[in-house]
Design a protein around this ligand. Structure first.
Ligand SMILES: Nc1ncnc2c1ncn2[C@@H]1O[C@H](COP(=O)(O)OP(=O)(O)OP(=O)(O)O)[C@@H](O)[C@H]1O
Length: 401
């Protein structure tokens, strides 16, 4: 585990007081509003900012322990750091920027130059200088430089924040490959719920210098009470599912989860693979009787667990299913008209077209590491995915059938 238990008082009055742990594999997102303390957490882990007291450890490696007087300097922590802006050396070629990361490393070289260049698709840029690169290309080089420092932990502080939507879309598949091919834990700072959903499997929600919730993505981001502190995002329910069928004719897949099946837009994963489905609360409507002649594809029966006033004219209705739960955002007027109250049996209706699904990361509950399969790769932008290569000399990824 990555354990972070620190206190730090800034002279501006800001106080960081966090105590949480993150899995030592996969991507853990630090998610929260601007000024909540996400970057400060990254800085204390990197060693660029010293906490007043506490302990930071990654597995058996203790980076900081105020009681034992341990405070490893940055260069001995073995962390790679990717910032919002690429911060490449302007006078060096791309190749020399990458080699710089490699030369600085004190750790055994398990992540090889050729493999990183290949994985990030930057082979054609090696002789160029940073000022001739696009924002997305610069960020890919910055990620490569961080990887070649042979980190045991990668820290990424809003690596996509300075990029426009198109560039973000270009670079996200590379980050997914990084997550899926290198068994390297990543702490990933983001404001963007879309990025968090796509990349991470665990989330630490940060507000006012504290980690107010931490755990699996589905658990943390489905808590309506976090909405006011985390800022607005489309709240919903995140379900970890298994793909059970594809219907190419209608462009739909069927995914199953413990409470039943859902028809969703085609998922780029083979039958049997894990897929993560997000159902926005505002896309779930409720019916007191079994819906029969309605166009809505997905219907699940459950019982109202709670009704919480949300922003504006809305209420969040939590519906308990046999195993999990679902959230529905309805108007307070509907709550009154239907006399909704906890304990009532309801049918939740979800349109297939409103369900977001994405391949689940290897770290998602119940899912083991999988190499991207031919089906999933067919649905990725082909130009951004060079041939897969296991990084020679590194720990080969575990395969499951
Ligand atoms: N060097 C510093 N000295 C004093 N206060 C600082 C320093 N750096 C940051 N702060 C303050 O600490 C608080 C947390 O800042 P931090 O950068 O960690 O937030 P953040 O969640 O990463 O925000 P953003 O998403 O905007 O980057 C803010 O109130 C900020 O003003």
């Amino acid at each position: 585990m990555i354990e972070i238990d620190v206190c730090l008082a800034r002279n501006t009055g800001f106080r960081l007081e966090v105590n949480f742990s993150a899995p030592e594999r996969g991507v853990t997102a630090l998610f929260g509003r601007s000024g909540s303390g996400k970057t400060t957490i990254i800085q204390v882990v990197a060693g660029s900012v010293r906490p007043d007291r506490g302990r930071i450890a990654v597995g058996d490696d203790v980076f900081f322990d105020s009681e034992q007087g341990i405070d490893l300097p940055m260069e001995r922590r073995g962390v790679g750091y990717v910032f919002q802006d690429a911060r490449l050396f302007p006078h060096m070629t791309v190749e020399n920027n990458l080699r710089y990361g490699e030369r600085r490393s004190r750790r055994a070289r398990t992540i090889r130059f050729d493999a990183v260049v290949d994985m990030l698709g930057i082979g054609h840029l090696l002789k160029r200088r940073p000022h001739t690169l696009s924002g997305g290309e610069k960020q890919r080089v910055a990620i490569g430089r961080a990887l070649l420092s042979q980190p045991r932990l990668l820290l990424m502080d809003e690596p996509l924040a300075s990029l426009d939507e198109m560039r973000k879309g270009e670079i996200l598949p590379y980050l997914e490959r990084l997550r899926d091919e290198l068994l390297l834990p990543i702490l990933y700072v983001s404001h963007s719920v879309e990025e968090v959903l796509r990349l991470s499997d665990a989330v630490a929600a940060v507000a006012d210098g504290k980690v107010i919730a931490c755990g699996g993505l589905a658990d943390v981001l489905s808590q309506p009470e976090l909405l006011p502190v985390l800022g607005r995002f489309d709240l919903g329910t995140i379900l970890d599912c298994t793909v059970t069928a594809h219907d190419e004719e209608f462009g739909l897949s069927t995914v199953s989860f413990p409470d039943g099946e859902l028809r969703v837009p085609l998922v780029g994963r083979p039958v049997g693979a894990a897929a993560r489905v997000r159902i926005r609360s505002r896309d779930v409507s409720l019916s007191l009787s079994r819906p029969i002649d309605v166009s809505v594809t997905n219907r699940l029966s459950g019982t109202i667990a709670s009704i919480t006033r949300a922003e504006g004219p809305f209420s969040d209705v939590e519906v308990a299913l046999a195993h999990g739960k679902l959230h529905s955002l309805v108007t307070q007027e509907s709550v009154q008209r239907l006399a909704l109250e906890p304990g009532m049996a309801v049918w939740a209706m979800i349109k297939a077209v409103t369900v977001d699904s994405r391949p689940a990361g290897f770290n998602s509950p119940g899912a083991e590491f999988r190499s991207p399969s031919p089906v999933s790769r067919r649905h990725q932008p082909a130009a951004t995915l060079p041939a897969l290569r296991v990084i020679a000399g590194g720990t080969p990824p575990r395969e499951t059938s």
